[in-house]
Design a protein around this ligand. Sequence first.
Ligand code: SF4
Length: 309
Amino acid sequence: MLKWFEYAGAKHLVSECVKVGGPLVNFFPLAYLRALAEEREWTGKPSCTQLLNGTRLAYLNILCDYADDPSGAVFKMIGMFGHSFIELEDDDLKCEMKVEVAGITGKLDCLELLADGTWGLTDHKTSGSYKVAMFLKGEEVEDWHYQSNFYRIGAERAGYHVTQMRIFNAVRDGKTSIARQRGIPDATYYIDVDFIDDEKITAYFGMKRDALLNHLDGFYISQKTVANMEDPEVRLGEVYKNAPTSCLGAECWNGRRCKGYCGVSEHCKAIGGNEFASSSRTKAPKKTKTPKPKGVSTTGKKDPELEGF
Ligand code: SF4
């Protein structure tokens, strides 16, 4: 679970940061920190977005304490705040609808009634021009197709006849010269998503669900049978022992995620077997004093999509 916010080389307990006068109050609004701190509690039932991640990442996120950089999550938060504007509900518009398929939960962004009486499904995203360009070329972003199709199946099982699927993407770096160079001149894109056979989608998510639950079961058996599990070192050893193999290249963006965008990367390195990172246990970041704000950017990490990947 998310235990610390890590900022400017220092780790702070999330429980302290969400209090009035907390250690990061000069860098981030309280509402922002509290929204980031809200984590979906593990209920034993995986979600669609959880399963789009690599199994090792999903497993470690559930069982290990980890730190996250609040500034690195800014676009996720913009997306979340944006969703609050579209939570409309009417006879011809269904937003934030919960679905469940094969024991996997999900929440689709929007269903809207089309002129012919069928329904169109829209997934709202905030992505950089690099990812939008890749998607339009049909490269690298298979997960968008899988996610929308999962929601479509859920909506159809709830009685909606879906004949159109689209992603409405707000381009993070829209209208900049780098976006134009990538062939993305506009700030918003409404992009068609391919229909994929239900069997293929349910097989994919079912395989990911089973892999995650099997590894968690392995750990839960250890929890019952291994002595001294209350010792954090022993517990962590069992978490590592039952961990899945490293995430696949597409799941960890061919290593880019491991090198700065994965909260559990230290645990992953300690387990080993990740071709994108050293298998040796790395030291926790040195604690340094948080600098005083000077009205400068609080974005501690570069956006990978602006780095020319
Ligand atoms: S460091 Fe990379 S391979 Fe390891 S859990 Fe994170 S994303 Fe997956």
